[in-house]
Design a protein around this ligand. Structure first.
Ligand code: ZN
Length: 338
C-alpha cells in the first residue's frame, strides 16, 4: 500500500514536469517553397512567395507564435493568408496571431459552426454527471478533466457557465473566423503562386476543404486524408468519406500531406479510398449473405490494410458503423471532431 501511495505521489509530481516538456516542432521542406510544419501530433503546411506566405491551419496560439517568428526570420515576409481545413479546435485555433497581416479563408459552413450557440439543449449524459447542483448547466467549479482544461474554449459568452448549446458547439472560442468564405471552390493567388481550396462535403465535419498546390503537385487535408493510417469515426456516413476521397483524388498531385502522422503520395490517398470502398462493399455483401455484425467483423479482415496504423483499433468500429448505416440504426451520425 505504501508503495502504491508513493507511486501515486510520483505521478502527481511528474505531471507538472511533463506539462513543461517543450512541444515537438519541426519545419520540413516538401518541394520548391512548400513546407510542412509540426506541432506534436498536428501538422500544417505553408507556401512561401515573394509577396508573403500562404499557410493552412494555425493549430494553436503558441504554435502560431512560433511559426510566425520562424517564417519572419527565415523568409523575411509576412503571412498573408490562413486557409482553414475545417473548424475543429485542435487544427483551427490561434489564428488571431496572424490577424495583423493575414486574410482568413474557410468554407462558408465554418461561419455557421462558429456562430453564437443558440437555445439550451440538455447537457450530454457525461456532462450531466458533472452538474452537481442539477441546474442544467455547468459552472466553472463543476467542470473537471478535459472540460476544465477547455472551459474557456467552450464558454462562448464568457459568463463562467457552459450550457448545452455551448457544449454542442465545441471548444472553438479561439478559432479566428474566416474573413473570406466560399461554397464550392476558391483560388488564392499571391506572388505568382496559386492555391485552390475545394469543398469536401459532409465527411468528418461539414466545412472541410482540401488545399491543392498545383505547381508543387501537392494536396493538404487534415483528418480526412490519412497516410497508411485508418481514419477516426466515419461520420456522418462512409459514403460521405468515399465522396471526399474521390474529390481529393480527382486532383492532380504527387504529395499527399496530412494533418496527422505520416505524409505520403497519391498512391496512399488512393489506398485510403480503396479501404473505404472495400469496407462498404464488404459489409453490404455480408448483410446480403445474412451474416451478423460479429460474423462480418470476424471475416472482413481487410488484410490489404493490415499494416496501417489503427487497423487493430478502428477496423471493427468502422464495420459496425457501415453495418448500422445500412440497417438504419446508426446513432453517431453527427460529424465527429477528430
Ligand atoms: Zn477535425
Amino acid at each position: 500500500m505504501k508503495k502504491l501511495i508513493l507511486g501515486v505521489l510520483a505521478f502527481l509530481v511528474a505531471v507538472p514536469a511533463a506539462a513543461q516538456t517543450p512541444p515537438m516542432r519541426s519545419i520540413v521542406n516538401i518541394t520548391g517553397q512548400l513546407y510542412r510544419a509540426q506541432n506534436n501530433n498536428h501538422y500544417t503546411v505553408f507556401l512561401v512567395t515573394p509577396e508573403g506566405v500562404i499557410m493552412s491551419d494555425p493549430i494553436n496560439r503558441d504554435f502560431g507564435r512560433y511559426l510566425k517568428a520562424e517564417i519572419a526570420q527565415r523568409f523575411k515576409v509576412p503571412v498573408r493568408y490562413v486557409l482553414y481545413t475545417h473548424r475543429d479546435w485542435d487544427h483551427a485555433s490561434g489564428g488571431v496571431v496572424f490577424a495583423d497581416t493575414a486574410e482568413f479563408v474557410g468554407h462558408e459552413n465554418m461561419l455557421v459552426g462558429l456562430a453564437a450557440p443558440r437555445g439550451n439543449p440538455p447537457l450530454t449524459p457525461d456532462a450531466a454527471k458533472l452538474d452537481a447542483n442539477k441546474n442544467g448547466v455547468l459552472e466553472r467549479s463543476e467542470a473537471s478533466g478535459g472540460l476544465a482544461d477547455q472551459f474557456a474554449l467552450y464558454d462562448y459568452n464568457r459568463n463562467n457557465i457552459v450550457n448545452g448549446a455551448e457544449l454542442a458547439r465545441g471548444p472553438i472560442s479561439d478559432v479566428y473566423a474566416p474573413t473570406i468564405t466560399y461554397r464550392d471552390r476558391h483560388t488564392v493567388t499571391l506572388g505568382g503562386k496559386t492555391v485552390t481550396m475545394t469543398y469536401l462535403g459532409t465527411a468528418h465535419s461539414d466545412d472541410s476543404s482540401v488545399l491543392h498546390f498545383p505547381a508543387e503537385r501537392a494536396v493538404f487535408s487534415a483528418d480526412i486524408l490519412q497516410v497508411r493510417r485508418l481514419p477516426g469515426g466515419l461520420a456522418p456516413t462512409t459514403g460521405s468519406w468515399i465522396d471526399a476521397l474521390r474529390t481529393i483524388n480527382a486532383l492532380d498531385f504527387d504529395h499527399a500531406l496530412t494533418g496527422h502522422a505520416l505524409a505520403g503520395t497519391k498512391t496512399d490517398s488512393l489506398m485510403l479510398q480503396q479501404y473505404l470502398e472495400d469496407i462498404s462493399s464488404g459489409v453490404a455483401a455480408g448483410i446480403g449473405a445474412g451474416r451478423s455484425l460479429a460474423e462480418i467483423q470476424k471475416t472482413l479482415t481487410l488484410d490489404a490494410f493490415k499494416g496501417f496504423e489503427r487497423w487493430d483499433t478502428n477496423r471493427e468500429a468502422h464495420i459496425a458503423a457501415v453495418y448500422a448505416t445500412i440497417k438504419g440504426t446508426r446513432r453517431d451520425a453527427a460529424p465527429g471532431t477528430r
